[in-house]
Design a protein around this ligand. Structure first.
Ligand SMILES: [Zn+2]
Ligand SMILES: [Zn+2]
Length: 240
């Protein structure tokens, strides 16, 4: 005996039964009413929406057939219920099986607001990230030892170029300038490290500086970097 599948069958049966009762409820409620335009019969097509079977006109039966019990005013839909458009009293609809109606216009507007707020938040967060990126790092020279494995990575980065000792003067290296430069060249999609153009004439040193910038930015959680074979991909870090 599988009690779970039995429970599912019971739920199914209840759902079918509820749907039948709902249909019956609508039939009974609409029986006494006809299309105000052509007198045709009416069928419920959604909560708070019926349609004439003759002329196909669709309308809200509560708004068309029901009146405020206090003042006789026309009900209007307000979020998930009806209110009298004259005195503001609640009008409980006779045409709603579950007692709930859906104000499509209202919810469309709320959804649009919600999306706008979300993208505002994202823009503010990005602006904050840009601010916090340059502030603490301006305080002193870049500490290359702070990033584990950086020195090894730098060695492998220039492995293909002419041999020689790399002289990296940290005091002359403007990390925040390079970081702004990298930030300015990021795209919504991942880009190749070498797509970030150089900032100085010394191509070799510039490549190192750009690389240090992305390592520091990745370390600060501002960007993500990924190595695919010989290629380094640079991308925005997902804000959320
Ligand atoms: Zn009609
Ligand atoms: Zn009223």
């Amino acid at each position: 005996m599988n009690i779970i599948s039995m429970a599912f069958r019971v739920t199914e049966a209840v759902t079918v039964y509820t749907d039948r009762v709902r249909q019956f409820f609508y039939e009974v409620m609409l029986l006494a009413h006809a299309c105000p335009k052509c007198g045709g019969g009416l069928n419920m097509i959604a909560e708070g929406r019926c349609r004439c079977s003759a002329c196909a006109r669709a309308f809200d039966p509560t708004v068309v057939f029901q009146r405020c019990s206090d003042c006789g005013g026309i009900p209007k839909i307000e979020i998930r219920r009806y209110r009298c458009s004259q005195c503001g009293s609640d009008v409980s609809s006779r045409f709603l099986f579950d007692g709930l109606v859906f104000d499509a216009v209202y919810f469309r507007a709320r959804m649009a607001e919600h999306r706008e707020r979300k993208s505002d938040q994202r823009a503010r967060l990005q602006a904050r990230l840009i601010e916090s990126r340059s502030l603490p790092l301006d305080a002193g020279p870049a500490d290359l030892e702070a990033v584990p494995g950086l020195v090894e990575a730098l060695n492998s980065l220039i492995a293909g170029t002419q041999p020689g000792v790399l002289r990296l003067d940290c005091k002359g290296f403007d990390l925040s300038r390079y970081e702004s430069h990298v930030q300015a060249h990021l795209e919504p999609y991942p880009i190749m490290f070498d797509e970030i153009p150089p900032l100085s004439d010394d191509a070799r040193l510039d490549r190192i500086c750009r690389f240090i910038a992305i390592i520091f930015m990745a370390n600060a959680g501002l960007i993500e970097i990924q190595q695919e074979g010989q290629t380094i991909m640079v991308m925005h870090r997902e804000a959320n």
